[in-house]
Design a protein around this ligand. Sequence first.
Ligand SMILES: [Zn+2]
Ligand SMILES: [Zn+2]
Length: 131
Amino acid sequence: MKVDGGCFCGHVTYEAEVDPETVAICHCTDCQTHSGTAYGVVVGIVDGAFTLLSGDLKIHEKIADSGTVRALTFCPECGTRIHAKTVGEGTSFFGLRAGTVRQRDQLVPKRQVWSGSAQSWVGDLSAIPKV
Ligand SMILES: [Zn+2]
Ligand SMILES: [Zn+2]
C-alpha cells in the first residue's frame, strides 16, 4: 500500500510502501519513552521503499531491549518520530511510525509486541470515561 505523510511541523514529508498486515502496537519501554506516551504503533516498510520528499532526518542509535542496534529517526525541527530500522546484524524490520501517515485510519493494528512491558491500563480503554 502506497502512503505518504510527514512530521508535525511540515519540515519532513515522505512517501513509502507499507504492508498493512504488519501494523503492530509496540509496548517496549523504548517506545514508551521515545514517544512520550504508552506505546508505539508501527507499520512495516516493504523492501526499504521510503522516499524523503522534503526536509532531513536526525538519527539516534539505540541498543534496543532485544540487543539489536536500532536507528531511530525524527524531525530535527519538531522531534516527530518518523521511522526505525536495524543497524548491522539482527531483525531487519523497518518500521514507519503510523501516526505520521496521512492514511493512518486504514492502518489497523494486527498484533501487539513486547507485551510484557505494557502499561496495565492499556488492555481496556473502554473502561475509561470519555469526553
Ligand atoms: Zn517537523
Ligand atoms: Zn517499541
